[in-house]
Design a binder for this molecule. Sequence first.
Ligand SMILES: [Zn+2]
Length: 290
Amino acid sequence: MNNKSKINRNAPCWCGSQKKYKQCHFEFDETLKSLSLQGYPIPNRSLIKTKEDLAGIKKSCQLTKQILDDLNTIIKPGITTNEIDQWVYETTIKHNAIPAPLNYKGFPKSICTSINEVVCHGIPEDRVLIEGDILNVDVTCIINGYYGDSCRMYPIGKISEKASHLINITKECLEESIKNLKPFDPINKIGDTISEIAARESYSVVKIFGGHGTGKKFHEDPFVFHYKKREKLMICAPGMVFTIEPMINEGNADCIILEDNWTAVTKDNSLSAQWEHTVYVNEDSIEILT
Ligand SMILES: [Zn+2]
């Protein structure tokens, strides 16, 4: 943290752009300074990505997106989540990328597959997907050390109207939270939007998991809350990259972690859905990278 150190306005900017500070991040620092005085935590400079970082992150996000797109033609009744995992593993390796979940803190597979009442972090297995299931696949690729993280819901064959509604509303939560967010807003805005939509539908927002900063590490600051927080949360400053990944339950928000130490399920066995994007905070908008 060296945000407070004085820089000569004509000296090269701290961001590495080679521009003069006064023509680069001077105003940025002034804005953050005033927000900090209002009590908002402000990002450490290590969270502000360089152009090179952004290009690297975009590349891995692009592969993640492509894989999630292609899964639409692969996922259907009769396939197992292990088969989906194997396909993603092979595709990732073919693109000279690494599947980030594999061996992450002992996670045994290349993707997370969360079916029906599974909230997140489900482990691919030999269970055959059947008509009516709803499946979340969470993919993170690493290319040249940069992470690209996203997840989507896949209906298996024809699904119930209530499952379909849950999936659509969860997607709306993600999309609206991005639309409502502006550069220099506090992260609170994200949870406010998601909570309001979920409450409107009498759904609940999972609290024990959140989104996260990402880049050269799988998880970095900030922690992205998906529900309303009273305390002032970190400011979304231009240059930051993080995920937004609301998990919405049909019933209660409470979760249980199974004995495999990964799989999170709803305590009341109700359905759960999740959608995720990695986003970049641009100068004047929030850019979806996945
Ligand atoms: Zn700069």
